[in-house]
Design a protein around this ligand. Structure first.
Ligand code: 2AM
Ligand code: CA
Ligand code: CA
Ligand code: CA
Length: 263
């Protein structure tokens, strides 16, 4: 690991902690809530403020880096060349609004398409998940043990209930079979946390048919450093341009779950 990534990592951590503090202190204030593509697709003034906070820091410190952020204040990214920051200022905006918990800041730093740094911060529980390529995965500075192989029947699978109703993206009967086979199911409504929960073993698999690079960019680096597997439903690597289906699981569980989602 070159020194440059350690320096960028130290900045990314410092900014993420600071941004998390801003989010927690905003929980007592009234929010400006708007909808985007549909009535359940929410955005608040804080999503915008936090994304702009990161972009100002990155542009003034690393002017040749590019930023892909959910709220669109970054750059127009059509290739994964160079250093690209994938930023989701609030992952789980609905939880932020309705629950005041179970949301996260997600940051991934990629170079020529390779994940170098992953940060997922749950500021309410003060849990910072973190990884540098090749150096293991950490939660609050403590190394996360490497994942051991498991099975669906002894596993907890995260899937949103939507995918058990008739839908265009997944076979809901196969989803029902998977749910029956699993030891248990959960849904947190925050993709970045669901990915890092696979890294820590709180979950054994997470499936979701459509995510954007800012949703999985940070978590992907972390879960892979913990020995987890993250791909599309077709078993292909995730791309940094456009949307993807996402299957993330520990070894053993991954090979079983992909049979239910590969189409
Ligand atoms: P978000 O809160 O940053 O929008 C559950 O909704 C999970 O799916 C969240 O992590 C959410 O991220 C993500 N997600 C991705 N695309 C979404 C969309 N179009 N509408 C709502 N949630 C979306
Ligand atoms: Ca959103
Ligand atoms: Ca998101
Ligand atoms: Ca978001």
């Amino acid at each position: 690991m070159q020194e440059i990534w350690k320096k960028i990592d130290a900045h990314a951590k410092q900014w993420t902690k600071e941004a998390g503090g801003l989010l927690v202190s905003s929980l007592k204030d009234s929010l400006l809530i708007e909808t985007k593509s549909n009535a359940s697709d929410l955005v608040t003034n804080m999503d915008r403020q936090i994304e702009q906070f990161f972009i100002e820091k990155i542009q003034s410190t690393y002017p040749n880096h590019r930023v892909l952020g959910e709220e669109g204040y970054g750059d127009d990214i059509t290739s994964s060349d160079g250093t690209v920051w994938l930023i989701d200022p609030i992952d789980g905006t609905m939880n932020f609004v309705h629950q005041k918990r179970n949301f996260a800041i997600s940051i991934g730093v990629y170079h020529d398409g390779v994940g170098k740094i992953g940060l997922v911060y749950d500021p309410v529980h003060d849990e910072l998940y973190h990884a540098l390529e090749g150096e293991g995965a950490y939660c609050n500075g403590i190394e996360i043990p490497k994942l051991e192989p498991g099975s669906v029947s002894e596993g907890v699978v995260a899937v949103n209930a939507t995918w058990l109703t008739e839908n265009r993206r997944l076979d809901h009967r196969k989803m029902a079979e998977l749910v029956r086979r699993a030891r248990g199911t959960r849904s947190y409504g925050c993709a970045a946390l669901e990915i890092v929960y696979v890294a820590t073993g709180r979950l054994d698999a997470y499936i979701t048919p459509r995510l954007s690079p800012w949703d999985f960019g940070g978590g992907a680096v972390i879960v892979q450093e913990a020995g987890g597997i993250i791909t599309t439903f077709a078993g292909e690597p995730l791309g940094l341009v456009g949307q993807s289906s996402v299957l993330v699981a520990k070894p053993g569980v991954y090979e079983q779950v992909i049979e239910y989602v590969k189409g």
